[in-house]
Design a protein around this ligand. Structure first.
Ligand code: FRU
Length: 525
C-alpha cells in the first residue's frame, strides 16, 4: 500500500474508533446552552444576552425572519442592535449573527422589514427582490444634546445574511426625542408603501406614505384614543379576515402602552376599523379600549410581512413587562418571545374581537404518540394526573382541557405545583372572571411580579375551555379557540411540576383533559 493511502486508511480507522465517543460527547456540550432551568424549550430566546421587542418579522424565500432588540454585550438593556434568527416552520429557530449593529453611538431601535419586490428603493441588485429594514435610529441624550429618534433604512441582497445601512439615512427626521417604531407594509389600496410610526408622548400614531421607501409624506394621524396612561409604542396596522364571513375583513391598529396597561406596566390595546390607504377609521367610539392580551407579559407584538397570499396574519410578541424585565432570574440570556400566533376577527355580542391561537405548525407537537388524555370526575382526573406525572415533569407541555362548571362557584387548574409553590389558572363564577395567580409561583426579586391578574369572561355554556402552553418559565392561555389570550411568566423552583384540577363550593361536571409533552426545538443545537 502506498504510504499516502496508508495514512488515509489509518485516519478512517481512527475516526471510526473515536466516532461514537465524539457523538456521545457532542450533545452535552452543545445542548447545554438551551437547557438552563428556566430556558424556554419551544419558544425563541437568544442563546445569550438581552432581548426585548421582536423586530422586522418577514417571510422571504421559504424563511421566516425574526429580528429582535438585542444587546450583544450583556444581559441588560443597552447597545440596541437587531439580533437575527430564521425558521422554515415558525417552530424551529436558528440564531444567526446580529444583523444591524449600533454604530457611532446610534442604537438600532424597533422597526420592520419589507420585501422590495420591484426594487422601488433602488437598493436591490441583480434584478432580484431584496429585503429593506426600516428602523428607528436612537441617539441618546448627552450633555450638549437632547435625545434624537429618526427613521432609517438598511438593506440586504443576500437573504438577510448581511446588511448595509443606507447612505442617505435618516429618511424621516422630525427632530424629536420620541418618534419611533415604524411598521411599514405595501398597501395595494394606496399603491404605495405605508408606515405607521408612534409619537409616544402625544398618544398618536402617524401614517406616512412613500413610493420608494426613501421619501415619506405624512398622510394622517390617529389618536389619542383608548388607553393613554403611558407612552404609545410599537404601532401595527394590518388587515384581518373575519371568521365565517369569507369575503369580509377589517383593519386592526394595535398600539403598545407603557406604563398604564390593563395589568400594570406595559401591555397592548387595539382598535378595529377600516383603512382607506390614507387614514385609519375607528369603528368604535374613541373611548373604547380593547386589549390584545389579558396577562402581564406580551408586549410589542408584530406581524409578519409578505406571508403567502391568503394566510391569516401571524404575530409574535415579547413575553415580558418593562416593570420587571431587568429582574428576570435567567442567565446567560434575558427575554423570550411568545409562540407565533395566528390571528382572526370574530363576531361576538360585544362586537368584532381579535382572536389568537398558536399557529397550525404547533400541531406537530400535539400529534406526538405520547399525548394522553382522560375524562372523568375531579377525583378520577387527579388520580390519572398523579399516575402520569411524567407528562408534566419536564414543565414543557400543552394542556387542553374542559371543565363544565356544574354547581361549582370556582374551578381551575393548579399547575407547576410542588414544595409549597403553585400557579393557578381559575374561573370565578360569581365575578365572571378568569384569573391567573402567580403569587406563589416562585421567587423573583420585584414586587410587581407576584400578583394575581384577572379578565372578565362570560363562559359559553358554563364550560371553561382552555388551551394552555407551558414552557418552563411561561404560561400562554387561550380560551375558547382564542377569544381571550393571557400570557404570563413564572419562575417555579426545581421540583414544582405537579398539576391538579379543582372545584370549590359545589360540584364540577365531567372534566376532560389532554396533555402533550413538548420536545425541545433546540435538540439540534
Ligand atoms: C418598546 C421599546 C420601543 C423601542 C425599543 C427600544 O419595548 O421601548 O419603543 O424601539 O423598546 O429597545
Amino acid at each position: 500500500m502506498l504510504p499516502k493511502e496508508e495514512i488515509r486508511l489509518q485516519l478512517v480507522l481512527l475516526l471510526l474508533a473515536i466516532g461514537p465517543v465524539l457523538a456521545l460527547a457532542q450533545p452535552t456540550s452543545i445542548l447545554a446552552p438551551y437547557d438552563q432551568p428556566y430556558r424556554p424549550q419551544y419558544h425563541f430566546s437568544p442563546r445569550e444576552n438581552w432581548t426585548n421587542d421582536p423586530n422586522g418579522l418577514v417571510y422571504f424565500e421559504g424563511e421566516y425572519h425574526l429580528f429582535f432588540q438585542y444587546n450583544p454585550f450583556g444581559d441588560e438593556w443597552g447597545h440596541m442592535t437587531w439580533g437575527h434568527a430564521v425558521s422554515r416552520d415558525l417552530v424551529h429557530w436558528e440564531q444567526l449573527p446580529p444583523a444591524i449593529p449600533e454604530e457611532n453611538g446610534i442604537m438600532i431601535f424597533t422597526g420592520s422589514t419589507v420585501v422590495d419586490e420591484h426594487n422601488t428603493s433602488g437598493l436591490c441588485t441583480n434584478h432580484k427582490p431584496c429585503l429593506v429594514a426600516i428602523y428607528t435610529g436612537h441617539t441618546p441624550k448627552n450633555s450638549g444634546h437632547p435625545a434624537l429618534q429618526t427613521q432609517n433604512l438598511a438593506f440586504s441582497n443576500d437573504r438577510g445574511r448581511t446588511w448595509t445601512k443606507y447612505s442617505g439615512n435618516p429618511v424621516l427626521d422630525l427632530h424629536l426625542p420620541d418618534f419611533r417604531d415604524p411598521k411599514v407594509f405595501w398597501s395595494p389600496q394606496a399603491g404605495r408603501w405605508v408606515m405607521v410610526v408612534s409619537l409616544p408622548n402625544d398618544h398618536k400614531v402617524r401614517i406616512y406614505g412613500s413610493a420608494d421607501l426613501k421619501h415619506w409624506s405624512a398622510l394622517s394621524e390617529f389618536g389619542p384614543a383608548g388607553a393613554t396612561g403611558g407612552q404609545w409604542e410599537c404601532p401595527e396596522l394590518f388587515e384581518l379576515p373575519i371568521e365565517r364571513r369569507p369575503d369580509e375583513t377589517r383593519w386592526i391598529l394595535k398600539v403598545g402602552l407603557n406604563p398604564g396597561a390593563l395589568q400594570g406596566g406595559s401591555g397592548e390595546q387595539y382598535f378595529v376599523g377600516r383603512f382607506d390607504g390614507t387614514r385609519f377609521i375607528n369603528d368604535n367610539p374613541v373611548s373604547e379600549t380593547m386589549w390584545t392580551d389579558y396577562g402581564k407579559d406580551c408586549y410589542c407584538a408584530l406581524t409578519f410581512n409578505n406571508l403567502p397570499l391568503g394566510r391569516p396574519p401571524v404575530m409574535i410578541g415579547w413575553m415580558n413587562n418593562w416593570q420587571y424585565a431587568k429582574d428576570l432570574p435567567t442567565s446567560p440570556w434575558r427575554g423570550q418571545m411568545t409562540f407565533p400566533r395566528s390571528l382572526r376577527l370574530r363576531q361576538t355580542p360585544e362586537g368584532l374581537r381579535l382572536v389568537q391561537m398558536p399557529v397550525d405548525q404547533f400541531r406537530q407537537f400535539e400529534q406526538k404518540e405520547s399525548e394522553a388524555g382522560k375524562t372523568g370526575t375531579i377525583e378520577v382526573v387527579n388520580r390519572w394526573l398523579a399516575a402520569n406525572s411524567a407528562l408534566t415533569k419536564g414543565r414543557t407541555f400543552q394542556l387542553k382541557a374542559e371543565i363544565p362548571l356544574g354547581t361549582a362557584q370556582e374551578v381551575g387548574w393548579r399547575i407547576l405545583e410542588g414544595n409549597g409553590n403553585y400557579t393557578i389558572i381559575g374561573y370565578d363564577r360569581k365575578a365572571r372572571k378568569l384569573f391567573f395567580d402567580r403569587s406563589h409561583s416562585g421567587q423573583i426579586n420585584n414586587k410587581n411580579f407576584l400578583l394575581r391578574t384577572e379578565a372578565t369572561l362570560v363562559l359559553q355554556k358554563a364550560v371553561l375551555r382552555l388551551n394552555v402552553l407551558i414552557d418552563r418559565s411561561s404560561v400562554e392561555i387561550f380560551v375558547d379557540d382564542g377569544r381571550l389570550a393571557a400570557t404570563n411568566l413564572v419562575f417555579p423552583p426545581a421540583g414544582a411540576n405537579g398539576i391538579e384540577v379543582y372545584a370549590k363550593d359545589g360540584q364540577a361536571g365531567q372534566i376532560s383533559v389532554h396533555i402533550a409533552p413538548i420536545q425541545s426545538i433546540w435538540a439540534a443545537f
